[in-house]
Design a protein around this ligand. Structure first.
Ligand SMILES: [Cu+2]
Length: 337
């Protein structure tokens, strides 16, 4: 009977350990924006703390399992009576004293890391203004006329300051590989910073439930070498390219004659709406609708005709664009880079 029960227990233990391993492995899936694959100084701190907690947990788990095994295997023989030599001392030292020391030490390390995450280790090289909308991110660089959306370009190797505002509800700015979360709170300006240590593209995500399309409120942080970043910023500051084919010219006309101009800006044209994303560089962006669909001609046509089928509830109503004009409109928007 007791052997049967021990077998059960052993099986349960194996299951527990197995599911722990599966969880761990899924956190390391290739290409996922994992906190355990940091690319910036902020996230690296979080990773260090994570591993500290992990190894402490492993040690505590191993200790408890060892005690359990000892109790089950050695102290539970039917012919033996358990001899409680000094149970109070054991409980005080191992059950209260040791955890107290460990937790106070962890608390101290946590405070140190929290302070270090408060500001970058040297003065930021640039400031970026990010505004949360339901459900997209507006991105501006002070002193630069243009704006982009759902895409934040930064120089690699230099810390940048990010100022966060929201025009509606709570959102949260999270780039797992670069920096932990910062909540966007109505009426307040919050600050965080990014310091990428290697060039690349890092996915960010709104991390505070903000309504129906919260999941489609993603963004991309692109870390460039300095010269490339400066060139990109130069393009953002310049007016949008002028059409250089008949199709693009007709497309621009269609754009300016439709309701698009009430909500969208294309710099250098009469379109200066601010309800939706600035479209002056839409042709070069990674996605449509903050990660909802890839940015290509087909998806763009579908988005314009009825973005509600792609991202239900978003603030862009279906657009009654003449089917004959749609290909030109697509060609025009694709040319805006
Ligand atoms: Cu959200």
């Amino acid at each position: 009977m007791s052997g049967h029960r021990a077998g059960h227990r052993r099986r349960r233990l194996v299951l527990l350990a197995g599911s722990g391993l599966v969880l761990l492995a899924s956190g390391c899936a290739a290409g996922a924006p994992s906190t355990l694959d940091p690319a910036g100084t902020g996230a690296r701190r979080v990773e260090g703390f994570w591993w500290l907690l992990f190894w402490i947990s492993v040690a505590v788990f191993a200790e408890v399992m060892a005690l359990l095994a000892w109790a089950l295997v050695f102290r539970r023989r039917p012919d033996r009576r358990i001899n409680h030599s000094d149970p109070i001392r054991f409980v005080v030292v191992a059950g209260a004293g040791l955890p107290f020391v460990v937790l106070v030490a962890v608390f101290g390390v946590g405070l140190r890391d929290l302070a270090a995450l408060g500001k970058p280790d040297r003065p930021p090289a640039a400031t970026i203004e990010v505004t949360g909308h339901k459900w997209w991110w507006e991105v501006r660089y002070p002193g630069v006329d243009g704006a982009t959306a759902n895409e934040i370009h930064i120089p690699v190797g230099e810390p940048v300051l990010v100022r966060l505002r929201t025009v509606d509800v709570l959102h949260s700015f999270w780039v797992p590989q670069l920096m932990p979360k910062t909540d966007l709170i109505a009426g307040k300006v919050r600050e965080t910073w990014l310091h990428a240590q290697r060039p690349g593209e890092y996915r960010g995500q709104c991390a505070e439930y903000c309504g129906l399309q919260h999941a489609h409120m993603a963004f991309l942080v692109v870390a460039h070498p300095r010269a490339e970043f400066d060139a990109w910023l130069g393009r953002l500051a310049a007016p949008a390219p002028v059409p250089d084919s008949d199709a693009e010219r007709r497309g621009q006309e269609a754009f300016l004659q439709n309701a698009c101009v009430a909500c969208h800006t294309v710099r250098g044209t009469a379109a200066d709406g601010t309800v939706g994303p600035d479209l002056s560089t839409i042709g070069s962006r990674w996605s449509l609708g903050a990660g909802a669909v890839p940015n290509d001609g087909g998806h763009l046509g579908g988005w314009i005709a009825n973005s509600q089928t792609i991202k239900p509830g978003n603030a862009m109503p279906p657009q009654p664009v003449d089917a004959a004009a749609l290909p030109d409109l697509i060609a025009y928007l694709r040319s805006l880079r």
